[in-house]
Design a protein around this ligand. Structure first.
Ligand code: AMP
Length: 174
């Protein structure tokens, strides 16, 4: 199945020059959705994660489905002020300004648990690199990173620790 053909590209969203990869057209396709999750599971099962950490908000969609498939727990990595208990927090650079992500301090138990990070897309890698640091702060061991989409030219994977990195669909020229 051709996953790429189910992803819609919206030019100049959210701002001029950005080609937005819209996964809602993949999500609404029953076969495409389950195939994407099956493929992520096939590529990541050998990592045997105890937890999947998914980034808000599209990482929640693929991350929870993958967690069920791999028999792992799910940990939400959230935007600031959303998590109710004590958090670890990290600020990271965006193209313009900064952003913040948070995870519960007690999200990962026992210490050293194996964590696989999941998001819909890796672009510059800033979000994923920040998440990797949060996982470490929370006492987890990052064992891999999985993305549905990789914007290859932005070289996001170069910001990530030396763990296996999986992407299902690659785009160049973005
Ligand atoms: P980055 O931190 O640059 O790797 O950006 C990754 C995050 O931004 C992911 O959570 C994506 O959902 C979102 N994102 C960045 N670029 C795009 C794009 N061209 N289309 C859709 N989502 C994007």
């Amino acid at each position: 199945m051709d996953i790429k053909s189910l992803i819609r590209e919206i030019p100049d969203f959210p701002k001029p020059g950005i080609s937005f990869k819209d996964i809602t057209t993949l999500l609404r396709d029953a076969r495409g959705l389950s195939y994407s999750i099956d493929l992520l599971a096939e590529k990541c099962e050998d990592l045997e994660p105890d937890f999947i950490a998914g980034m808000e908000s599209r990482g929640f969609i693929f991350g929870t489905a993958l967690a069920c498939k791999l028999g792992a727990g799910f940990i939400p990595v959230r935007k600031p002020g959303k998590l109710p208990a004590a958090v670890h927090s990290i600020e990271y650079e965006l193209e313009y300004g900064t952003d913040k992500l948070e995870v519960h301090q007690d999200a990962l138990y026992p210490p050293g648990s194996k964590v696989l990070m999941v998001d819909d897309l890796i672009a510059t890698g800033g979000t994923a690199a920040a998440t990797a640091q949060l996982i470490q702060q929370a006492g987890g061991t990052l064992v891999g990173c999985a993305f549905v989409i990789e914007l290859v030219d932005l070289k996001g994977r170069e910001l990530l620790p030396a763990v296996p990195i999986v992407s299902l669909v690659q785009y160049t020229g973005d």
